[in-house]
Structure formats: C-alpha cells, structure tokens
Design a protein around this ligand. Structure first.
Ligand SMILES: NC(=O)c1ccc[n+]([C@@H]2O[C@H](COP(=O)([O-])OP(=O)(O)OC[C@H]3O[C@@H](n4cnc5c(N)ncnc54)[C@H](O)[C@@H]3O)[C@@H](O)[C@H]2O)c1
Length: 260
C-alpha cells in the first residue's frame, strides 16, 4: 500500500529537535523525502543521522531562517537533491518573555525576524516549486499565544498572531495555484523551548503547574503535550486528508483555550 506522502518532498525548518524533529519523522514515515533544516548544525546532524538510521529519506541543511540568503540556499538544496518541493513546514522559532521595559527595538525586531518574517521568506523562496506541485501545502507553526495574550509575551505573541493572519493571507493568495496554507497552534508542549521558558526540564511536573493547569481544570486533558501530539495534526494538514482545508488554525492544546 502506498504511503500518504509517497513521491513528495517536504521542507521542515527548526527540525533538529522538538516539534520540528517529530514532524520531520512523521512526514518521512509517510513516504516523504524530507529536507531537515536548522541553525544548530551539530544537533541537526545527529537528528538527521538518527532518522536515516531508521531507513527514512532525509537530508540536512544548516540554515538561519532569519537570513534570506541562507533560506535561498536551503531551498536550492532541497531542489538539487530531489527536484521539487510539495510541503513546507515553517516551524523554527525562539521563545521570548521580555517585559516591555527591557524590550529594545533591536530585540523586538530580532524576535519578529525569526518567528514571523522567516515564514514569509521561506514561502517566497519555495513558492515557484510549490506552484508546480499537484498538492502544495504550507503549515505554519503558530501558538496559542498567537490567539491569546500572555504576560511578557509582546514580541513572541505578536509574531505568532501575525503568523496566524499571514497564514490566512497565504491561503487567499496561493489558493488559485492549488497551494493550501494552514497554521497549527500548539499549547504547552514538553520541548527544549518549554524548558527554557519555564526554567527547569521538569517544571510541568511541579506542584504549582500541576495544580493550576491540571488539577483545577485549565488543561482539560490534564497533561502537557508531547512533540508527537503536534506531529499528527501537521501530517493531516500536509497530506491529501485535508485537501479542502485552507486558511485555518488547528489548535493543539489539550483543551487549554477551551476553558477560561
Ligand atoms: N513547546 C511549546 O510549548 C510550544 C508552544 C506553542 C508553539 N510552539 C512553537 O512550535 C515550534 C517548535 O518549537 P519547539 O517547542 O519544538 O522548540 P525547540 O526550541 O525545541 O525547537 C526549535 C528549533 O528551531 C531552531 N531555530 C531557532 N532559531 C532558528 C533560526 N534562526 N533558524 C533556524 N532554526 C532555528 C532551534 O535550533 C531548534 O532546533 C516553534 O514555532 C514554537 O514557537 C511551541
């Protein structure tokens, strides 16, 4: 039986670890050839070697998504390797919780450049190839912070809110070429980003977090998410299972935004 993404080429940014790595693995398991890109060369090489060892078809490209020249080289590498791009997962991002008093213009631009501008640059570079695909699909990884406010998240949450509407604009502009564009908005997912933000690797296990989010119901499913919990929804939006779905935001948050 042919797999869901047989014959397709996917490009995943921020694929060295976390949600990006889980998505790259899931897409490759469904038959896609995956160009994994990341700014962290060592962790990326290890991650790509790990997937290759499982018999999956991947290549690694070191890329800073905030640098348009680096983005162009990444797209060129995918096309040189496999001659096409069908799926683009804009996942790379940095977390940020700088309060406004310390938020310099340079830092604001830095966060928006990586977390928002990058999606535009990567999509622009990949667009000529996505147009040639019979089933082009872009999945932008936003956040529940792109639809809700959160303390000290002005730069990060504004970038993610912008990404949500950039997704709708991509859906409108690219739809006539048969290219779909959707966003996934994760909630609390146990990754390095969450560790860095919350302070310790096990903060989701602490009493205060367990009480507020799990015991008292702010997280209906009573647990934080895993990268694999997000990879499935990404696969759904990347695949022909969602052929008439475009311009949407799929929230993957254990019910966090369903409550108050
Ligand atoms: N973990 C969460 O709780 C959570 C919640 C909501 C949204 N998200 C989003 O999910 C996505 C993945 O996050 P994660 O939790 O897996 O984070 P992570 O920090 O574990 O992984 C992010 C990856 O992006 C890479 N990266 C950072 N800057 C880059 C750059 N300039 N160019 C290329 N690569 C770069 C990092 O090296 C890293 O490998 C991000 O867009 C993040 O904003 C995460």
């Amino acid at each position: 039986m042919s797999k869901r993404l047989s014959g397709r080429v996917a490009l995943v940014t921020g694929a060295a670890r976390g949600i990006g790595l889980a998505a790259a693995k899931r897409l490759a398991e469904e038959g896609a050839k995956v160009l994994m890109s990341d700014i962290d060369a060592d962790v990326l090489a290890e991650a790509a070697a790990g997937l290759e060892a499982q018999g999956l078809i991947v290549q690694a490209a070191v890329c800073d998504v905030a640098d348009p020249q680096s983005v162009a080289a990444m797209v060129d590498k995918a096309v040189a390797a496999w001659g096409r791009i069908d799926i683009l997962i804009n996942n790379a991002a940095i977390s940020d919780d700088t309060p406004i008093e310390q938020l310099s213009d340079a830092h604001w631009r830095h966060v928006l450049s990586i977390n928002l501008d990058s999606a535009l640059h990567v999509a622009k570079a990949a667009l000529p190839y996505l147009k040639q695909s019979p089933s082009g699909s872009i999945v932008n990884i936003a956040s529940v912070q792109g639809i809700r406010g959160q303390p000290h998240a002005m730069a990060y949450a504004t970038a993610k809110g912008g990404l949500v509407n950039l997704t709708r604009c991509m859906a409108v502009d690219f739809g006539p070429f048969g290219i779909r564009a959707n966003a996934v908005a994760p909630g609390y997912i146990d990754t390095r980003m969450a560790e860095q933000k919350l302070g310790t690797p096990h903060e989701h296990q602490t009493d205060w977090f367990q009480d507020i989010y799990f015991k008292y119901g702010r997280m209906p499913l009573r647990r934080a998410g895993k990268p694999q919990d997000v990879a499935g929804p990404i696969l759904f939006l990347a695949s022909d299972d969602s052929l008439y779905v475009t311009g949407t935001v799929l929230v993957v948050d254990g019910g966090f935004t369903a409550t108050y």
